[in-house]
Write a protein that binds this ligand. Structure first.
Ligand code: T3D
Length: 264
């Protein structure tokens, strides 16, 4: 069975991490599958929103720690590996592609999200988590540092004090606390997760996806832009959105008191 499953329906590309017996820990093969899935998300016009989730009881436990055997490598004299190389080859491009995708990305965190799996989840534009979920910055427990965007997302989303404590302790954060802190969009009952997340993905897929893509980029730029630059960017993105057929359709449908039919 493939370690990444994809299914396109109602404009939503659902991408499922599929190594349930290892809590969907990332392997090289899974990264290949994710690259192929992202190719589809980027190039197929029929894909208007993306939804990530995990098979089984976990969302993703980060890097598969079985891919390297330190004991054997020490004996062979090949330790230490370049732990940064895997990031540059796999994780960094994945996170950048998710953030650059001009389409909404929803994550439905169905179970534990640890290490790179936690930060991959947080790279979604709208993150839902089941009530039983724990987010774990597990890196420190194996002598590593947060990756997959954790040192970017955490201080910005929840502030430096909370980011530091989560990263330095590796203590689990409940989905409810994550939602209270504004780290994720919503914590939902376990059995309601997929319905809620799919509902949101379908709703956005029917929406003004061109405008959604533009606002995604503009909101991300707030991390680095000053007010004057942001105002310029708002004018630029507004010009682009205004030139799209969705703007006319949005206004006409309002005047005609009917639901809009966006083409994106
Ligand atoms: O190397 C590089 O390229 C650098 C990149 C690093 C990125 C990273 O993500 S580093 C962080 C890696 N992840 C972790 O350190 C998390 C390790 N896992 C855990 O701490 C726990 O499994 C969890 C807290 C996530 C869940 O605990 P629990 O008790 O619910 O489940 P479990 O029993 O520990 O796990 C279930 C099975 O999944 C188990 O296998 P078994 O005993 O049933 O055969 C366990 O070994 C396996 N598993 C869980 N996480 C991983 C894993 N197997 C390989 N790699 C894992 N990361």
């Amino acid at each position: 069975m493939a370690s990444v499953l994809t299914e396109l329906s109602d404009g939503v590309l659902e991408i499922t991490l599929n190594r349930p017996e290892r809590l969907n820990a990332f392997t090289s093969e899974m990264h290949e599958g994710l690259r192929a899935a992202m190719d589809r998300a980027e190039t197929e016009d029929a894909v208007r929103a993306v939804l990530f989730t995990g098979a089984g009881r976990g969302f993703c436990a980060g890097q598969d720690l079985g891919e390297r055997d330190p004991k054997k490598m020490i004996e062979e004299g090949t330790w230490p590996p370049d732990a940064g190389a895997g990031l540059k080859a796999n994780y960094n491009p994945l996170i950048l592609r998710l953030k650059a995708l001009p389409k909404p990305v929803i994550t439905a965190v169905n179970g534990v999200a640890a290490g790179a799996g936690a930060n991959f989840a947080l790279a979604g534009d709208i993150v839902f988590a089941a009530k039983s979920v724990k987010f774990i910055q597990a890196f420190v427990k194996i002598g590593l540092v947060p990756d997959a965007g954790g040192t970017f997302f955490l201080p910005r989303y929840i502030g430096e004090a909370r980011a530091r404590a989560l990263a330095m302790t590796g203590d689990p954060l409940s989905a409810e606390q994550a939602a209270d802190w504004g780290l994720i969009w919503k914590c939902v009952e376990d059995d309601a997760l997929m319905e809620e997340a799919r509902g949101m993905a379908r709703r956005l897929a029917c929406g003004a996806t061109h405008a959604i893509g533009l606002m995604k980029g503009a909101l991300q730029a707030s991390a680095t832009n000053d007010l004057a630059k942001k105002l310029d960017l708002e004018a630029e993105t507004k010009r682009k959105a205004g030139a799209d057929g969705d703007y006319a359709e949005g206004v006409v449908s309002f005047i005609e008191k009917r639901a809009p039919k966006f083409g994106g």
